[in-house]
Design a protein around this ligand. Sequence first.
Ligand SMILES: *[C@@H]1O[C@H](CO)[C@@H](O)[C@H](O)[C@H]1NC(C)=O
Ligand SMILES: *[C@@H]1O[C@H](CO)[C@@H](O)[C@H](O)[C@H]1NC(C)=O
Length: 154
Amino acid sequence: MNYLLFFLLVTVTICQDEYGCEDDCECSDILDFFWMDRESILYTEEAGCVRNITCVNTGQTFVQFFYNESEIARPVDSNKDYGHAMSLNPEALTSDINIFEFFGMVCENKEWYITKYPRGILYQIATGEEIVIGANGVFDGKKSKIHDYWWLIV
Ligand SMILES: *[C@@H]1O[C@H](CO)[C@@H](O)[C@H](O)[C@H]1NC(C)=O
Ligand SMILES: *[C@@H]1O[C@H](CO)[C@@H](O)[C@H](O)[C@H]1NC(C)=O
């Protein structure tokens, strides 16, 4: 084989596999969803749409989603059209978490979704009481479009 051609092929392959060569993620800047200070997040962009969004987990971080944009059915007693994917872990309140990994965030058709619910979802019923379901991971694999993404420090 012609050496130049060989060199080009190798370069193109490395380029596609490891570096992406340009930002080939078609989703918006995921940090736009955050209500928190960007300075308190350790953020890195990896190949494609993989991100590392690491911050201290106070248990107050959640992802809000609407049931009409989710594969999770609205609980019959929910009095709101949205729910929250929770992060609260009573045993590890101040450990660092990589939220991207924790909630299984993915980019599809230019939209960000979560696909993991390790602490279940929280919703409100008519009395104002808040209920958490699915903390055993039963919702894992279901897609929900990310709507708002909050971080409230208590
Ligand atoms: C994500 O970033 C944090 C903070 O910089 C780092 O400690 C952690 O190892 C990273 N995780 C991955 C999977 O790269
Ligand atoms: C889902 O409901 C919310 C709140 O009513 C609305 O803002 C949003 O546009 C709806 N999404 C779709 C896909 O209908």
